[in-house]
Write a protein of this length. Sequence first.
Length: 94
Amino acid sequence: MQFDPRMRTSRYVEIAMGAWLFLSAFLWRHPLPHLVNAQVLGIAIMGFAIVSLRVDWMRIMTGAAAAWLLVFTLITGNADPATAWNNSIVALII
């Protein structure tokens, strides 16, 4: 399958969003479940996005991680507004 160069940009955005998610866990106080979730998913999203540069079906894993981030943020009500907004926006961008 031929890789569309225009899709490469979206993968780079996903890598950047994963890095931001990981780093944002340390920029302000997060409740412990959200801290761990942001760290793990930040690394996972970066990894999936990097692999999806070569293996196209890995984008499904990136999307699944973003979906989990959004669902986790919405179903756990103990996040402060900054964390909730950040996680939701990152998930929707991905």
